[in-house]
Design a protein. Sequence first.
Length: 467
Amino acid sequence: MDLSTLTITEARRALDAKEYSALDLTNAYLDAIEKKNGEIHAYLEVWADSAREEAKAADAVIAAGKSQPLTGIPIAVKDNILIEGRIASAASKILENYKASYDATVISKLKAQGVVFLGRTNMDEFALGSSTENSAYGPTKNPHDTSRVPGGTSGGSAAAVAAGMALAALGSDTGGSIRQPAAFCGIAGLKPTYGAVSRSGLIAAASSLDQIGTLGKNVEDAKILFDAVRGHDAMDSTSLPDANIPPKAGRKAIGVPREFLTDLTPEIRAQFESTLDTLKNKGYTIVDVALPSLQYALAVYYIINPAEVSTNLARLDGIRYGLSVPADVIGEVYSKTRAAGFGPETRRRVLVGTFVLSSGYADAYYRKARSVRELIRADFAKAFETVDAIVMPTTPSPAFKLGEKNSDPVSLYLEDIFTVPVNLAGVPAISVPGGTVERDGKKLPVGFQIIGAWGGEQTIFAIGKDV
Ligand code: GLN
């Protein structure tokens, strides 16, 4: 088997045809991890023994002729998704030894299918960042050029799939954290409709923006994993009723918000236009759409995200769970624990979030941002009255160098311009490989982003397969 090209569909066929066993497949991935993880650092922890046990159990199910789409399929899990008895640290020192006491709903669903869990993948601490450089455990490297970032925050998951160290992976996306690393690593990454996948057991960053999603080598793999984890869940009060709207038959109209696509590097623009031509040749109509409020999306995101992050992270106080630094009075336990446990970007978000929520400023910042968020939602709603999908590049430029944007957090925030509007609106979007651009003699992948209307995952999968 060639792990660099293997897909879930092909592995399923071969497993069911008994060409190799789930244990063979798992061992092949564990070997690849052994060889590559030292350099790429996609995994924070590898569960070799339990993975082999899960593979053997899957082989028994396959032998009994009872396999499901993901039985015996080895996947990677982002370090902010809970698996009972396993450490889930969100790549933070404050949760370094925190063991999950229950399974996330997505994990229960995958366990029921007999999935093999290879290990937990690196990320930016608490899913704050765009490069994995905010991990307390050191960055992941881009398999296409190890001097560059893999994107973030699900950079470990994306690099694991791209480097043949997992067949597919789970990630989470609050403002682009699945789509941007998928783009930088040359794979497919889906951010589902808000509420389509349960957030029960996802370590919260910004609850109104967070979604668990899927990464795979191609659209079909991302879809197979999504179909396995989606669905209503009583454990998540924001979970949607099951609504898997089938793709519309016939010719589709695709909208391009041209006035919003200004700051693109020329090669990314060229790749984007050439992908549009491909779609045109396949019978799609390409039309301009106006999304006038998107110009405010970054500003709105970088108020709402820190506000919710500061609230969610308040529970990490050295008393309930996680790191606890002893001190004489309780206030000092809080401050010493949080000072020792949180990295610089996490502290920055907590400070900004506390400020925008404070009584004197909440009207000017937080409430204003919430109002503008409604305008952004309304822009999308209006556009989807006339088009079936909206497309734009996933990122304004290809993978940047490790260390390149470390000194200037705002330059890193600007990278999120095309991904954050989707989370603010709650709509689904997928990044699919959209060609390459050359940097320093290396071919770097770029992403083509397809945004759907609420519940429109199956439509964007169908379009993604035509790219
Ligand atoms: N880069 C964005 C941020 O830092 C998005 C992160 C994410 O999607 N988790 O907030």
